[in-house]
Design a protein around this ligand. Structure first.
Ligand code: PAF
Length: 278
């Protein structure tokens, strides 16, 4: 598997693959890869001739009080996992390769980024869109793969691709969970043993919500109350939000097809997210 660090190298690599008539899949990541990422890579390997995985902890999507410095990194482990999954190339640039010091142009998503995570992380999705837009321009993939765990991110990227006419198909992939239900996340590594147990309140709340929907409950107020009540029983949990929204990330009163029930909950200092879609 190739490891490339510059934009020029990636462009040359992609040009070469294209000349051989190959299709390109991109899996953008921030590294510290787990089975959730592996599922995206395997899907890309199955659907595209060549799979490029970017590993870049993107500084512009972290606010100064967030965990950019602490964000876990382990390139050696990531490369081993990606080799196992059949990826063809890793793009692992320095921040100075991705961002010009005097850059003045960014991508700022509008309405979709104001609710849910955007309420407490107001600069986050601008950073995500800018780096993902840049990766699309550098790699020019046919398809790009994102996890449904970051449901708001997925919705925003799909809208960005449509609005700005990027020539890439966005593929959303299901949430991968630990055996006990906790959604896989690089941030799970921050949890101590007690917090790891407490973190189950998120996936349990998801299960409660899903079961209510399956039984025919339509009122999002009733469903959200049951989910919130369950999370509040956990002393280490502090709710950031638990909400039900439509495809434009606007709150809805009635659960229908594609309604997204999403939550962010602090377990100790660690902010975790989870969701389900009707
Ligand atoms: O989901 C992530 O890991 C990041 O937000 C992404 C899409 C790689 C952009 O930095």
């Amino acid at each position: 598997m190739k490891i490339l660090t510059t934009v020029k190298e990636v462009r040359e690599y992609v040009k070469n693959q294209r000349m051989q008539g190959k299709t390109i899949g991109l899996v953008p990541t921030m590294g510290y890869l787990h089975e959730g990422h592996a599922s995206l890579v395997k899907k890309s390997v199955a659907e595209c001739d060549v799979t490029i995985v970017s590993i870049f902890v993107n500084p512009t999507q972290f606010a100064p009080n967030e965990d950019f410095e602490a964000y876990p990194r382990d390139l050696e482990h990531d490369v081993a996992l990606l080799t196992e999954c059949g990826a063809d190339c890793v793009f692992h640039p320095e921040a100075s390769e991705m961002y010009f010091a005097d850059a003045t142009t960014t991508i700022v998503p509008d309405v979709l980024s104001k609710n849910l995570c955007g309420k407490t992380r107001p600069i986050h999705f601008g950073g995500v869109c800018t780096v993902v837009g840049k990766l699309f321009n550098i790699v020019t993939p046919d398809k790009a793969f994102f996890g449904q765990k970051d449901a708001q991110q997925l919705a925003i990227i799909k809208r960005m691709v449509r609005d700005l006419n990027f020539g890439v198909e966005i593929i959303g992939c299901p949430i991968i969970r630990e055996e006990d239900g906790l959604a896989k996340s690089s941030r799970n590594t921050y949890l101590n043993a007690e917090e790891r147990k407490a973190a189950l309140c998120l996936s349990e709340a998801v299960k409660i919500g899903m079961e209510m929907v399956e039984k025919g409950e339509k009122s999002t107020k009733v469903i959200l109350s049951a989910m919130i009540e369950h999370i509040k029983k956990e002393p280490l949990a502090k709710i950031d939000y638990v909400q039900a929204v439509d495809g434009s990330m606007q709150d809805v009163e009635e659960a229908e097809k594609d309604t997204l029930f999403a939550m962010a909950v602090y377990i100790g200092k660690t902010r975790l997210i989870d969701n389900f879609m009707v």
